[in-house]
Each structure stands twice: as C-alpha cells, then as structure tokens.
Design a protein around this ligand. Structure first.
Ligand code: FAD
Length: 519
C-alpha cells in the first residue's frame, strides 16, 4: 500500500519550457501540494494527477500508451483526456487540469470539472449482479460511470461488503493496514450512487423467468445479470482439518480470525506453498510468530513460476525465518501440532490452509448454464443463457493470444472483466482482450506477472533474481505466453502493451533489451 509523497519536481503553476516535454514521457511536477504531470502527445499537452487512485503509485514512472497512462505498480490505466479510470485496479479517476501555453512556456491552471458522459446506447431497466467481490463491485461502479441510470442491485453474502481482498493476506494480516483501507466502498457510497447493496445469498437463478431468489425468500427480476461468485478456498480431506484452529483465508472475517488466533499462540503452520500461503507466512512472521510451511511441492510456486523463481521466493522467506518442509505429506492435524508422514510433529496454535481455491459455479450449474472449468463465456463474457454475463474467478473465457479458453484467479483481471461485462451490458462492449496481470508481495519484494502460462512452460531468467532485478520469460510452443518481472515495473508495462497489440516482434525486442541489460 502506498502513501502520497511530498510534491516534487517543478512548480507547474509557474510553468516549464515546452522543450522539456518529450513526446509520451510524463514530466512530474506539482501544483500546490498536488502531484501533477504533463504529457505531450504531438501538439496536445495533457496535465493530469500523477498519483494512482488505487495504491498511490507514481504515474509519472508509468507508461503512456495511446491516450492512456498505466501505473507501474498494478497496471491501472487512465485516460489522459478525461482522467477516467479505464482499467482496474483503480476505480476513481485522476484529476485533469487546464493547460495554458504562452510562447514556449506551458503552465497548469485550475482543475477541470468532469465532462458528463453521453447516455449509453442500451439501457436495460434492471441489472442484477450476483457476487459483491472484485468483479461485481467493479461492474456496479462502471455501470454508473458509463452513464447508466437504471436500477442496479449488487448482491453479496460476505460481510461487510466489497473488500480489498489482496490486502487480507498482506498488510492487513501483518497489522500494517487499518480497516479503512480494506473496505472498497461503504454503504454511503452505494446510496449516493443508487446501487442497492443486498447482503444475502442467491440460492436460485431462473434464466427463463429472468429472476434470482435470495435465501431470505425475496425474488428479484432482472433484465441483465452478471454472475461474479468468485472462488472458495479448498479444504483437505485429512484428519483434523475441521478443528477450530485450522483456518482458510478468503474473507475479511477469515483474516480477522487468523489475526485473533495468532494473538493466542507463538507458532503457526501454513499448509501449502501457494501465493496466499506464502503471503500468510510473511504476515505472521511480521507478527513475530514462528512459521513452518508444509507443502507437497518440491519447490514453492514451481508449477506456476518455475523452479528458479520458486527457489528465489523460498529464500526470501527463509531469510525472514520461515521454515519449509517441502515434498512433505501430511498425516493429521492435531489440536497443538501438525503431523507429517514419517512422524515429524510441527507445533502449531494456528494452522492456515493455503491449498488452492475452487470456482463457485454451483449456482450457474443448477441454472443450466454451460460450465466446464468454470462458467463458459464468449469473448464478450456472455454465458450460454441469454442476458447473463459472468466475470472474475468463475469465467472460463477465450483468450485471443493463446487461442484457448482460460480461467484466471487474479484481482485486477476480475475487476476488469466486471468492467468489460458492464460495458457490454450497455451496448458498449467488444471482446475482452486485456492481458492477465497479477502481483504477489513477499516482504518488500513484489512479483509482477503478465500473461498466462499453464503447465509445461519453458522458463528463461534474464537478469538477476537475487539482486531483485530480473525478467523471467515463460514460453509455450516457442511463443511468449507470460513474463514475470522483479524490480522492472516499467518493462512489465512495456511488454504488456506489446502483448496487448499482439506485436510479437516488439515483445522479442523488449526481451532482447532485457537480455542485454542483464549481460
Ligand atoms: P470474489 O472477489 O471472491 O467475490 C465473489 C463474491 O461473491 C464474494 O463476496 C462471495 O461472498 C459472493 N458470492 C458467492 N456466491 C454468492 C451467492 N450465491 N450469493 C451472494 N453472493 C455470493 N489476486 C491478485 O491478482 N493479486 C493478489 O495479490 C491477490 N491476493 C489475494 C489475497 C487473498 C487473501 C485472496 C483470497 C485472494 C487474492 N487474490 C489476489 C485473488 C483475487 O482476490 C481474486 O482473484 C478476486 O477476488 C476474484 O474476484 P471475483 O469477483 O471473481 O470473486
């Protein structure tokens, strides 16, 4: 989580020489206390807020692509002309400022007010969103930002409402993030935007009668529906897995339960060396617990990121005192310990299962929607039922670059799919083409991953992981399927932009540059 910094760079109210503005290269300055940047696009100069509205990332260190700027931290995307947050994880726009030009001097004036958006081409009467998580919440907001004035009902059975889920295993669990960072939006926000937030479970979806039924009995009709029911953590079929000190992590309540349990013990065992398992290990170390990680894998994260990255991450954790028990098999969980096959006992007052998630697709299945490895959707995220879209962890969608369907379990991708479904529901859609992106944080090291490489990708490390300056390329069938970077945020954005426009030559030349930089 970032914090706003003291303004730096020139006072843009006083002005700068136009010669200082290189095409597409943001120039960071300030207006009063606000960080503002100038971006020249040909003869046009934009002045916009330079702080990402997601985690306060430094937009002037980001990448300008067409009329957009992308944040180097989590790839949020803003329109330079309107300030609009075009792509999550930012949901709020950045400010736009008046630009004054006198001779060679460019100065920044007052903040501009927002230009009202035109009415969308289609305006269904009632839109219902099932699931108030990343995709659902982002969709609800996007509908309003696109000028939709009809009824929106956002239904979720998770308290308190939409939360910043990635934080639950990171700063919040470590004790470094206050509660107000966690709630994505509060009730007042939804009231102001006329979104009805219903805290209940949808138990039935009737695609013929176009309605959903809530556990409380209420039936809600819809004209268009978004299914965004996310995932639930897997449990293990072993003795002791249901004991009260054995936790999983998905919701704010789960994170709080782990914090409460951690306060009563000195020792934790994390089962599974997944991203979430390892982030939990890091956060519990920050709380000074002894942490053992038990995993069936030989190397943490090997299946997703390859052995070299896995070993690198393992070492980060070991340096902080986490103990790994790899290629290990669990025998049982007891009230005070985890027992491995072979008899080893690891004392634990709290046990956290980080053994993967499964998509919540029961509702879709019962409604007769086509499901496979998730809810099957087309390129516009439409399911097999008329007027029903699906987004987020459950959506099994066609990925244009790979030529196959994928399902991804990433925060930013879920939000973007929610936003894409919102656009499509209003007749503003097109194929969902965003390059999947996710990040994972281990102490002060962030891994940024773009693309999607499943299974047997060939891995090549350019640079030096130990120096936290590396690019890792994953090739499938000789083609670049994914790229991970450590300490190379700008390059991650550049490669993402090249993948987005399916420019294989540009991807190769960026990787070539990464190879030379590494040499
Ligand atoms: P969710 O966000 O899970 O939302 C689904 C919502 O639907 C839930 O609130 C659920 O209660 C509700 N729901 C389900 N069924 C019903 C029903 N029948 N009726 C009513 N409501 C229902 N991704 C990253 O890219 N980077 C990270 O660093 C990262 N960290 C993570 C840390 C943690 C602890 C977790 C759990 C996940 C993390 N992820 C991360 C993954 C990311 O959070 C998910 O991919 C994302 O939240 C998926 O969004 P979604 O909208 O599909 O589902």
């Amino acid at each position: 989580m970032g914090h706003a910094k003291q303004p730096s760079g020139p006072d843009l109210a006083a002005g700068v020489d136009v010669a200082e503005l290189a095409e597409n290269m943001p120039l960071l300055g300030h207006v009063g206390d606000d960080a503002v940047m100038l971006v020249r696009k040909g003869a046009t100069i934009h002045a916009v807020g330079a702080t990402c509205t997601h985690y306060s990332g430094p937009l002037a260190e980001g990448l300008v692509v067409g009329e957009t700027v992308r944040c180097p931290w989590h790839h949020a995307c803003f329109d330079l002309r309107s300030g609009e947050a075009l792509g999550a994880p930012a949901l709020e726009p950045i400010a736009c400022y008046e630009v004054n030009r006198r001779g060679n001097r460019v100065s920044v004036g007052a903040k501009l007010s927002r230009v009202p958006v035109p009415k969308p081409p289609e305006s269904p009467g009632k839109i219902v969103i099932v699931g108030a998580g990343a995709a659902g919440a982002a969709a609800a907001e996007k509908l309003r930002r696109l000028g939709y004035a009809g009824s929106i009902t956002l239904i979720g059975h998770e308290a308190p409402g939409p939360v910043d889920r990635p934080n639950l295993s990171k700063d919040f669990l470590a004790g470094n993030a206050p509660m107000e960072w966690i709630t994505l939006r509060d009730d007042a926000f939804y009231q102001e935007h006329h979104v009805e937030l219903v805290r209940d479970e949808v138990t039935e979806l009737d695609t013929q009668g176009k309605s959903v039924v809530l556990k409380g009995g209420r039936r809600l009709p819809y004209d268009r529906l978004l299914l965004a029911t996310g995932s639930e953590p897997s449990r293990l079929p072993i003795e002791g897995a249901s004991l009260p000190h054995v936790k999983t992590l998905r919701s704010l309540a789960d994170s709080q339960a782990i914090i409460d349990a951690a306060a009563r013990t000195q020792r934790a065992v994390v089962i599974g060396s997944s991203f979430i398992g390892l982030e939990v290990a890091a956060s519990l170390r920050a709380r000074n617990l002894e942490v053992d990680v038990v995993s069936i894998d030989r190397v943490p994260l090997e299946r997703v990121m390859g052995a070299q990255v896995g070993k690198f991450v393992q070492q980060l954790h070991e340096a902080k005192g986490v103990r790994f028990h790899l290629a290990a098999r669990l025998k049982a969980i007891h009230a005070d310990a985890v027992e491995l096959e072979g008899g080893k006992r690891l004392e634990a007052g709290v046990v956290v299962l980080g053994v993967g998630v499964k998509p919540r697709i029961d509702l879709a299945k019962r409604a007769g929607l086509t499901v496979d490895n998730g809810v099957v959707v087309d390129a516009r995220l439409r399911t097999s039922a008329p007027e029903v879209w699906a987004a987020g962890d459950i959506a099994f969608y066609p990925e244009a670059r790979l030529g196959s369907r994928i399902r991804v379990e990433h925060w930013q991708a879920a939000e973007r799919q929610g936003q894409a479904a919102a656009r499509d529901m209003l007749g503003l859609g097109g194929p969902f083409n965003d390059v999947p992106f996710f990040w994972s944080q281990h102490y002060d090291v962030t891994l940024s991953y773009i693309g999607h490489a499943s299974g047997e990708a060939e891995t090549q490390v350019l640079g030096n992981l130990d120096k936290q300056d590396a690019t890792v390329v994953y090739r499938v069938g000789g083609k670049v399927a994914a790229v991970l970077t450590v300490g190379r945020d700008h390059q991650s954005l550049e490669i993402e932009a090249a993948l987005e426009r399916q420019d294989a030559a540009a991807v190769d030349s960026l990787l070539q540059a990464a190879t030379s930089a590494a040499a």
